[in-house]
Design a protein around this ligand. Structure first.
Ligand SMILES: C[S@@+](CC[C@H](N)C(=O)[O-])C[C@H]1O[C@@H](n2cnc3c(N)ncnc32)[C@H](O)[C@@H]1O
Length: 247
């Protein structure tokens, strides 16, 4: 594929991730992918590891794990690959072709994950999906069953500042005006849920921003008409690294 062919094919898609496909072609995703890559703190080397990327969408994080030496990477998704308002799988497939990638794909809902269906993996990525689920604790139980060593979880957190484990419920469009968002746990709730489903060592690897920053961001969200001001002040995103004791 020449650079011009690739550019034309890339322009025909709506992208979620920004992916450098080579030949000077970078997909224009709506996600701030470079910022999120820095925040999730992937291991610098994944040599020989197996990786499952749950909710992979365009696959940026799957391709990045392959680039870091993973022996096998499986990208899993369902909603955004079936055009039901989220997006389509064509972006993932084009990126895989352009990168000459060997990342595998599996169409599966997180609630159907099980060792008998997909096997088990050294490293599991669960980025930007938890708050979209109606049954987050059950989902984490399914994920723990397919994780051998390390789970990297990134999510919206809410009720920032409340120490007791708790979750905010979004029955409507309270979070980002998106009706597919259901739950915003606080950090303590995520840590407690991860312990509950069998992870012994759980670290929060992102700093909690101060009140001034959260205030400014809440105002910005209000201006964009996305969130209620007071609620947005309590919201953030956080990354967790959870390990099992055998690792
Ligand atoms: C905000 S995007 C995050 C994409 C990517 N993981 C990232 O962090 O950049 C949410 C993704 O989760 C997927 N998703 C939502 N609910 C899901 C479910 N029940 N099972 C599997 N994937 C789901 C969507 O299809 C979408 O690709």
């Amino acid at each position: 594929m020449t650079g011009t062919d690739l550019r034309e094919r890339v322009a025909a898609h709506r992208w979620y991730h920004s992916i450098d496909l080579g030949n000077g072609v970078v997909t224009r995703g709506i996600d701030d992918t470079p910022l999120r890559l820095a925040r999730v703190q992937l291991p610098s080397s994944l040599a020989g590891r197996t990786v499952l990327d749950i909710g992979a969408w365009d696959g940026f994080f799957s391709f990045e794990c392959e680039r870091r030496g993973a022996a096998r990477v499986v990208a899993a998704d369902y909603y955004s690959w079936h055009g039901s308002g989220w997006g389509a799988k064509a972006g993932f497939e084009l990126a895989r072709e352009a990168l000459g990638s060997r990342v595998e794909d599996v169409d599966i809902d997180v609630m159907d994950l099980a060792p008998e269906r997909v096997g088990t993996f050294d490293v599991v990525l669960f980025l930007g999906v938890l708050y979209h689920l109606r049954h987050p604790l059950l989902a984490l139980e399914k994920i723990a069953a397919v994780t051998e060593r390390l789970l990297i979880l990134e999510t919206v957190v809410d009720l920032v500042g409340l120490r007791r484990p708790a979750m905010a419920f979004y029955p409507g469009r309270e979070l980002n005006a998106d009706p597919t968002n259901w739950w915003g746990p606080n950090q303590a709730a995520v840590v407690a849920m991860l312990h509950t489903v069998g992870f012994d060592d759980v670290q929060v690897v992102t700093p909690t921003p101060g009140a001034a920053y959260r205030g400014a961001r809440a105002l910005w969200h209000r201006v964009k008409g996305r969130n209620d001001l007071r609620a947005a002040f309590r919201q953030d995103r956080a990354v967790f690294h959870a390990r099992k004791s055998s690792t």
